[in-house]
Write a protein that binds this ligand. Sequence first.
Ligand code: UT7
Length: 325
Amino acid sequence: MTLIRSVITGCGGYLPETVLTNDDLAKIVDTTDEWIVERTGIRERRIAAEGELTSDLGTAAAEQALERAETDARDIDLIVLATSTPDNTFPATAVTIQANLGIQHGAAFDLQAVCSGFVFALATADNFLKSGQYKRALVIGAETYSRILDWEDRGTCVLFGDGAGALVLEARKLNGAGLERGILASELRSDGRYKDKLFVDGGPSSTGTVGHLRMHGRDVFRHAVTNIADVITETLANTDYTADDIDWFVPHQANKRILDGTARKIGLDPDKIVMTVENHANTSAASIPLALNTALEDGRLKENQLVLMEAMGGGFTWGAVLARW
Ligand code: UT7
């Protein structure tokens, strides 16, 4: 049997122009820069312009990833978009991105796992590629959370931002020589008993409205470090690697305290954490590819390095992916 691995050949990101600082927010709700920085590590976030859609953000990130992969959009036969802020209830925002990129074949669909969306999308695309069904995939995380925030709720509106990131994956046959690049292992989890801890209070079937994000932050926080550490341990156990082997830990960027706590729990050197929460805030499904893009652009992330990604979000959903870059 020929073994196929999904190799990451390109990475891109896009952030809207408008920067919203903590001081800007203090003019809208009863909060302070001090509180936000101390509790979350966030200093600023980007906000999409009026008329700028999730598909626009996702398309820009995908174009950059394709350029860096030196891949023609027409060679892509699978697009998986992780988002919980689609342009419309349907069609899938992925098909708008597909059309924007001039692709008329293959499959494009949205995947909904809230903040864990990118990890779920990456694992999904990886399995399609490994099965031999598709050859080249775009895996995108794109969000416009500013559209579903309650701007009067200081407990949530200070935490999120808009943005998009993308990876190009290519199915390559393993040749058995040395350390081979690509996705090495993934683990995904969900537990619907916690669906009311982080949710949007509207939707087509329930209220007929879009709704606003609601969160029991302390409960989410309480589960985060344990769930994430467990799924990382299970992912590493599928391989011969340990936490010591990891070059870069690229987590979902929700809260600096959660990231520091997770690194401590799995025994990872804090210098190996790629942290973007300070400037991006929580961009949900976009946060991991945006963090990858940041580490790539500032020269930290290099070919053949071992990268551990993880996320936890509404549902609850959580998961981890280990890849050799
Ligand atoms: O990506 C999906 C996953 N999401 C997460 O991982 C988020 C997880 N949760 C968290 O990151 C934290 O729970 C928060 C950052 C959301 C909140 O931090 P906390 O330390 O858990 O604070 P808290 O909710 O317990 O609130 C403490 C106090 C409260 O006041 P009282 O009741 O003690 O008087 C809040 O009303 O802080 C108050 N507070 C604020 N004060 C100033 C809440 N939000 C704010 C605010 N500014 N923006």
